[in-house]
Design a protein around this ligand. Sequence first.
Ligand code: NAG
Ligand code: NAG
Length: 451
Amino acid sequence: MKAFQMLFVLLLAAAAEGQSLHFGKCPRPPVQQDFNVAKYMGTWYEIEKLPSLFEKGTCNQATYSLLSDGTVKVLNAELLSNGKINSIEGVAKVKNSTQPAILDVSFFKGVPDSPYWVLSTDYQSYSLVYSCTDYYGSFHIDFAWILARTRLLNKEVVSQLHDELVSAGVNINNLLVSDQAGCEQSKAKINERPIIGILTQNSRYLPPNSKGYIASSYVKFLESGGARVVPIMVNREAEEYKRLFNSINGILLPGGAANITSSGYQRASKIFYELAIEANKRGDYFPVWGTCLGYEQLTVLTSGKKLLTRTNTNGMSLPLLFTKEAKQSRMFKSFPAELMEALASEPLTENSHKWSVSVLSHNTNKDLKNFYKNRVCVNRGSIRLPDLWDTVAPGEESVMSTFYTAHFFVNEARKNFHTFESKEEERSALIYNYNPVHSPPNSGFEQKYIF
Ligand SMILES: *[C@@H]1O[C@H](CO)[C@@H](O)[C@H](O)[C@H]1NC(C)=O
Ligand SMILES: *[C@@H]1O[C@H](CO)[C@@H](O)[C@H](O)[C@H]1NC(C)=O
């Protein structure tokens, strides 16, 4: 009974995954004569395969290397849709030296080895691999791969290998063609050196001749996620902003107290916002981030209205209230589950707001509702930057939330490929050209860049 149930579950699982399942025992097709494992080493690209549950990406490839004990190190890699490489390492062994083309591969400890039979190979262009496992002596599941030294294999060779599979008893109608298109370019699909602009703002608390400031915590925030920072000065020519837009990979509109309907902050935000929308329409991915005032500024730019509600949450720590849609948020998906629980139940976010955009405004203003997904923290919360040491020291979970948030935004900026026209221009734009200063007590931010 137990065995039957187990078999039934296995059958269901295999059928659901679209694997090749057959009644009867595994066939025993002939293998490559005088197989030379050393000549087989190196990289092989997957051309076709019988569906396998372990592979979900594209650009699948396997790299084999001979280890000193005669076993083979296996490194399988594929490209996932998010641009990341998924790889897995295993070891292959010849079971019986009289049959060197019959190997066993193991990827995880405790999981049974899988057979790896090299049915035929010329070592330098193609290889045909078969793997079959018997279950309870009554059915079997098999896999097959057509591999090649290049990402494209001659059609005649493929058709010859199909014939070999047919005579081995494999149903070639189930073979899937592997996607090896654009694999070389996609290696460069991530910008390894993202640079993000942070908008400065004026404040009446700055020294008389100052042109603006940035709280250092915003710079550290982006640096913790792997980006470098360029300050964006207010009150510059639109042409200068346009040039800068084409040089950076994202923009952060920070919190503060600038006027969001009429100020240098508002004007620069509007220019970058409009350039970003235009660029994104062309497929030039350019992320825009707003924290606190920056977020309020974005809602004004989107709706053409100032939809703020008086809020008095000064120096308050609050938990976040997640909407139902939060589960679909790409940002929150990247947060560990424990952290999400902590954010929802503990007062981890810093709130120093005189104004807020209420859920009601979000839901009733058509422009906001159509443009933004209010998946997020509805509780007037903003992710705490490790800055307000005066009020309350950020605990570990706050620091982690900040990190995951930064990591998400910087990764978005990695999808943009704007660059400065020269290394010199990049060098002179970076925030490293300026020194932050320690602020006097109770001035809101512990450390600032004053320009
Ligand atoms: C290896 O294969 C040969 C030939 O099939 C067989 O005689 C021998 O017993 C096998 N050795 C082991 C260790 O299984
Ligand atoms: C922002 O600037 C406009 C135009 O100068 C002014 O009418 C408005 O009162 C200012 N808003 C705030 C909050 O100071």
